[in-house]
Design a protein around this ligand. Sequence first.
Ligand code: AMP
Ligand code: FE
Ligand code: FE
Ligand code: ZN
Length: 279
Amino acid sequence: MKFADLHLHTQFSDGTFSPEELVAQAGLHDLAAVALTDHDTVEGCARAALASRVAGIDFIPGTELTADQEGHELHVLGYCLDIQNPRLLAEIAHFQTVRQNRIREMVARLQAIRVPLEAQSVFDLANCRSPGRPHVARALVKAGLCANLDEAFERFLKKNRPAWVPKFKMSAARAIELIHQAGGLAVLAHPGLNRSDEVIPAMVEAGLDGIECFHTKHTATTSQHYLHIAERFRLLVTGGSDCHGFSKGKPLIGSVKIPLEHVEKLRQRATERQAEVSA
Ligand code: AMP
Ligand code: FE
Ligand code: FE
Ligand code: ZN
């Protein structure tokens, strides 16, 4: 049997692998297909696609957009997108500017409580356009201001802690529409982490294509639950490890493997979507 991992991050967001390292890891784990889903960016996709072609691995370009549905933060995965789509790139550039301003705001709040971190040290460490809280946490550890990442989140970065700044979120419907007009498929990420199944019907109404049934943080029961939901709403089934490299302990790539039949269905639906978009 051949397997896929459809939820992976690189240095272009909060992962630690380069696109080439990620693909090398995919090869070590014997994956036949992978998708790159960095937060609010598609920048790593071209390099990952090239490395995958060389390695004989099927590559699916993707992204993971932060969105809001009735006050719930949720993540919408976009798959099989045109990574040169002008509107997608314009909106991504905007989200990235918002993320960078949020880092400045978090650092200002840290400085206000006499934690002497500089925004530039976060940007230098992140070295990407989609910086987030994990980069602030790493910068705090690197500067010797926290012993480890957990402490950084617990003391400063978790929701309602002193340096927490809410993240700008577009509506889930807009995220879905943005992905669709770029020829892609919109998939609700790790629903088991959000525990807000009541938002699913509205997202289906907005055009949701699939649901991530398999994820590192889903138990077998959780996966089964979402497989039933996928069946009920006729949604595509996806899954992946949500590997961030070494930024959250050990790399998770390959720890969640889904059968290739799900990738085939995804590709088939994407071909239909692209025909609709170009019609
Ligand atoms: P952001 O998108 O900037 O709000 O950051 C969210 C990221 O921070 C996600 O990848 C989370 O997995 C990570 N994160 C959230 N809470 C923690 C925590 N307590 N320890 C480590 N990482 C965390
Ligand atoms: Fe992340
Ligand atoms: Fe996520
Ligand atoms: Zn993710």
